[in-house]
Each structure stands twice: as C-alpha cells, then as structure tokens.
Design a protein around this ligand. Structure first.
Ligand code: NAG
Ligand code: ZN
Length: 580
C-alpha cells in the first residue's frame, strides 16, 4: 500500500473541516454529505468505457464519490479531438473470479511450481532448486509444499515417497506436493513416518501408491500438517491480492474458507492493502457438517468482505477418477468414482444451512454428484417456500453448483427449470479435454460434459479455480470463446476448431460470466461487475477495446490499471502512454 499522498491527506482534512463547520452552522447532515460528495468526487475520462449497464452501455467518463462508488456515468460533451490528449485506455468493469482459493493461491506463490514438469527428473530438479533458495522449508514445522505434478508425465505411473529422496541436500525432508487438480497429495517418507500404521480406512478416498493420498484419504495426512501461522497466512493473502489485482481482478468468490481463516479475513479487511473484494464461502473445520456457531455472516459497507454462503462437497475430481458417476468410467470399468457424502446427509445439510439463511454451494463434478446436488436443492426449496414456485424461491436462495462439470440431461433440464446457478471454470474444460472422452466415452462427453452454452440461460458464474488453473481471466474468456487451450491455442485434436465448439460462448457472454454473473451469484447485482450509478467504483483499463480484438491477442492481454473502490491498486510498469 503506497503511503497516503499529500493531496489525499489534504482532502481528508478538508472533509473533516467541512463537516465540523457544517455542524456548527446547524446544516442538515444530508446537505453536508452532499457538499462533501460534490467537492471531493473525482471524474475520470477514457477513450471508451464499456459499462455492461443497460442505461448507457458505452460511456466515456464517470464520477467517483469519496466513499468509492460511481455517482455519474456519462459521455464527454467535448469533442474527442479536443480532449484526446487527456484520455487514454479503454475501460471495462472490474473483473471477478467466481471460484478461486485465495490462501492456497498465496501459498502456492510461495511453494514449488511443478506445473508442466514433464518428467520425474524435472520434478526433482525443481524441488532441489527450490530448496536451495528456501533453506527454511522442509522441517516438521514448515513442510516443503508444491503443486502441479501429474502422473501422466511419469509415463502414467504414480509417484512414490522414495522418489522424494532426491539427493544429499534434498533428503529426510517433510514434503507434500499437490497433484495438478489438488485432489491428491504426494508426500515424503518423513511425512509417512507421522501416520498411524496400519493406515485408517477412508471411504471416498484412495491410496494408489505408497505416499500418494487422494480425495478423502488426504485427511489422513492433513491431520498432521502444521498449518501456516497467521503471520504467514497474512503474507499469502497480501501476495495473492497483489497478483490478482495485476490481472484486473477486483473480486473473487473464495470457495471454501474455514471459520478461523474467516476471523483473520475480518481483521485484515480493515486494512488499506486488502485490495480484492472477497465473497467467501464458509467451509466447516470438518468438511460436510453443520457449524453455524463457528463463524458469523459478514457484510461490510465498503463491500470488501461478504460472508453469507457455505461450501459443501459431493465428490472428487475427474483426473483422479474421483468424481461420482451414475455409470462406470470407460477407462476403469470397475469404478464409478465416489461420493464424499450420501444423499440423505447432503439433503439434510442443505436444509440446515438454508434455513439458517445461508446460500448453499455444492462442489459437484460427476453426474451422480450433480444429481444429488440438484435433488438436495429441490427438496430444500420445497421446504423453504411451500407457497411459491421453486424458481421464485431460488431467486431468493441462489443455490449454486461449483464446477457443474458432468451433468445428466435430466438434471440439466431441472437446473434450467429451477434456475440453479452453475459455477463453471472454462479452463477446466480445456485442461481436461485431452482425457475427458477417454474417461467418459463419446456419448457422455457429447451430452453431459462441460456445458457452457447449454447452461447460459442460467447466468453462469465463470471462474478459474485458482491455483488449480492460472488466475488470468483473459485465458478463461479465451477458453470459453474458443474451447481451445489458452496455453497452446489448440483443441483436443491439436486443431483449431475447438473442443465441442457448439458449447462456446461469445466474448460478451464470457465477460458477463466474469462480471455480472458472479455479482448476481453473490447477491451483489447492481453493485459489482458493472459501471453504473451506485455500484462500487471498480474498473480495469486496457490498451485496446475488447470489441473486435483478435482472439489470439485476447489470450495475451495484459492489464494497464486496476481500480477498486475508486483507488488505483495496480498500474503496469513501463514507458508512459505512447497513445493519445
Ligand atoms: C448417510 O451417512 C450418514 C453419516 O455418515 C449415516 O449416518 C447414514 O446412515 C447414511 N445414510 C444412508 C441412507 O446410507
Ligand atoms: Zn475449487
């Protein structure tokens, strides 16, 4: 956080003086407030402003009040020729990621990056390199963490604990490395030595190799994981927020925050450098339970932190055959994945949380998990609103399915009927496209998997699931619009038609999913994801307008500036504007 500038200090002092004088003169509060607002509002003009508001969809200028809201959005009355030197850049509303993990993102920035490591040797090399730079990592108090490995890069063989005894300088360490989808962990011998023997049974989990724990089996290890201190967590959060601002992100839906972490969030949200709006989904210390007394709802006037939703988990992920399917996997006929919770418990939990006034967000990837989620929601809506339709009741409750990845046509229809909100990660589709059809077969892939256009009437929330995928929203838009990998520009057949291109979105629809979609799904419609009077003054400045931009340029877009609540939180370094 830069220190308050002199002009900001002057403004603050002036506001205080005006309020004091106003009171002395006995002026009504409203009038004083109006004077302050008019005197200390700021107006900004750009070459173009895409507002996403129906009132004035293309503007040029807006005014921001001292409390960080838009008070006026308008076209410049002067001709562009006269003022062009004073205007630069093209504005879009501040971007939202509808599903990410803030702390994990910050922690990842501080751990070994194994994404894209093509062999065990490369993994080991990156580990050794990291240890050389981070001498403190790998002790029993501070395990060495990493993420991004994929057994597909080890010739399809699961890694094992002994693989983590790399060399003289990298041995006997406490190491825990997350698989690329964060649904399995791979740990060292030292970590294994902490665990009970024999290992406890874990329904809904698997231990496919010595040292690898998937889904519910991860809990066996997590019980012994020394949680980072609040001090380290604070640093993770600040690092993460800085990085997200750099990408034009002004808000996120944090998909699973424990009650103790929420307390830390509440403290930190008072800070000037809490620069990302967080709509946090609470997750009980014990997954899939009812713990309303462990944390309270939060709603801040400045909109920097909101807590009124809860996260439940129906299943695991597709990459590790963990997603719960109605029919078995094609490439593993003996398995149809596993549920992390049964139907009756999921329905009971949904009822309990909804009756306590919480929005319920269920992680569901496989078609069986999605079926259970839809059934739980339907049943809860019937209980909550006996006198109105499910659809009307759903507009009040806004139940969501996180991931909504593989959905049987029957539940797709039900979701469309009721208005259940899908929270979709377009880059998951393009990351999984290389193996999804092998797992699911052609029919299921074509009819059920990674629907986007089909679910578009539901006003989907789009996100990245960072740190599982990069947090860059322009990559997410690219994936949604092309159904091709934002990294390579290619589809599953290394072509450029796009993977099941009938499910692509337009740029505007995708942008909607990263602005107004998340706003609605967080009960923030009209306040976030839009540039209009009364909304939070959050915006992003780009070099070029998104309209007409070549798709191959779009996936490489970088942000010029990011503004949150009328404050600039990021400005790209480099030469000043060449353009008028
Ligand atoms: C569902 O799970 C709960 C908790 O594990 C258990 O008590 C209950 O008997 C299960 N219900 C059914 C129908 O299997
Ligand atoms: Zn997630």
């Amino acid at each position: 956080m830069p220190p308050l500038s002199t002009s900001a200090l002057l403004r603050v002092s002036a506001v205080i003086v005006i309020i004091a004088i106003g009171y002395q003169l006995g002026l009504p509060n409203l009038l004083i407030a109006k004077v302050v607002q008019v005197l200390f509002s700021q107006t900004y003009c750009y070459i173009s402003v895409k507002t996403l508001s129906s009132t004035l969809s293309q503007a040029e200028c807006f005014t921001v009040s001292p409390d960080g809201k838009f008070t006026k959005v308008f076209l410049d009355e002067r001709s562009y020729d006269v003022v062009k030197a004073a205007r630069y850049g093209h504005v879009i509303p501040g971007l939202w990621d509808g599903h990410g993990h803030l702390l994990e993102y910050g922690e990842l920035m501080d751990s070994v990056n194994l994404f894209g490591a093509k062999s065990m040797e490369e993994v080991q090399m990156r580990l050794a390199e990291y240890k050389y730079l981070h001498k403190e990592a790998g002790t029993s108090e501070q395990w060495l963490r990493g993420v991004g490995w994929d057994q597909a890069n080890f010739g399809g063989e699961w890694p094992t604990a002994p693989d983590l005894e790399v060399n003289e300088k990298f041995k006997d360490l406490y190491v825990m490395l997350d698989r690329v989808d964060v649904h399995c962990i791979w740990v060292s011998e030292k970590v294994l030595s902490l665990l009970p023997s024999p290992l406890p049974k874990t329904p809904g989990g698997e231990i496919p190799a010595k040292g690898v724990f998937c889904d519910n089996a991860m809990n066996v290890v997590m019980k012994y994981y020394p949680k980072p201190s609040n001090e380290r967590k604070t640093r993770f959060i600040k690092d993460a927020m800085w990085d997200l601002n750099k990408l034009g992100i002004v808000g996120i839906h944090d998909a699973g925050v424990s009650p103790s972490e929420l307390k830390l969030y509440e403290e930190l949200a008072n800070d000037g450098d809490w620069s990302v709006r967080v709509y946090a989904m609470m997750e009980c210390e014990t997954r899939n339970t009812y713990c309303p007394d462990d944390a309270s709802k939060v709603s801040r006037e400045d909109g920097m932190l909101e807590v009124r939703s809860v996260k439940l988990f129906a299943d695991g992920a597709l990459g590790s055959w963990g997603s719960a399917m109605i029919d078995p996997y094609i490439d593993r006929k003996s398995s149809s994945g596993s549920l992390l919770v049964n139907a009756s418990t999921l329905t009971r939990l949904t009822h309990n949380w909804a009756l306590a006034g919480y929005q319920v967000n269920i992680h569901a990837i496989g078609d069986l998990a999605n079926r259970l989620a839809v059934n739980a929601f339907t049943s809860a809506l019937d209980t909550l609103c006996p006198d109105s339709t499910r659809r009307v009741c759903q507009t009040k409750n806004r139940f969501r399915i996180e991931h909504a990845q593989i959905i049987h046509p029957k539940e797709q229809r039900q979701m469309l009927d009721i208005g259940i909100i899908p929270s979709i990660q377009p880059t998951h589709a393009t990351s999984d496209m290389s193996y999804a059809e092998t797992r699911l077969g052609k029919v299921r892939t074509a009819e059920e998997a990674y629907r986007m256009r089909t679910l578009l009437p539901l006003n989907p929330v789009l996100g990245s699931d960072f740190p599982v995928e990069p947090a860059n929203i322009f990559e997410g838009i690219y994936s949604a619009v092309t159904r091709r990998s934002p990294r390579t520009g290619l589809d599953a057949d290394d072509g450029n038609k796009g993977w099941y291109p009938e499910e692509t979105l337009t740029v505007d629809e995708a942008l909607h999913g990263f602005t107004k979609g998340p706003a609605y799904a967080a009960f923030l419609e009209g306040k976030a994801g839009v540039i209009k009077v009364g909304a939070y003054a959050d915006w992003v400045v780009l070099d070029e307008p998104l309209e007409g931009m070549d798709m191959e340029d779009l996936r490489k877009v970088t942000v010029k500036e990011t503004w949150v609540g009328g404050k600039r939180v990021y400005k790209r370094a480099g030469p000043e504007d060449r353009r008028g």
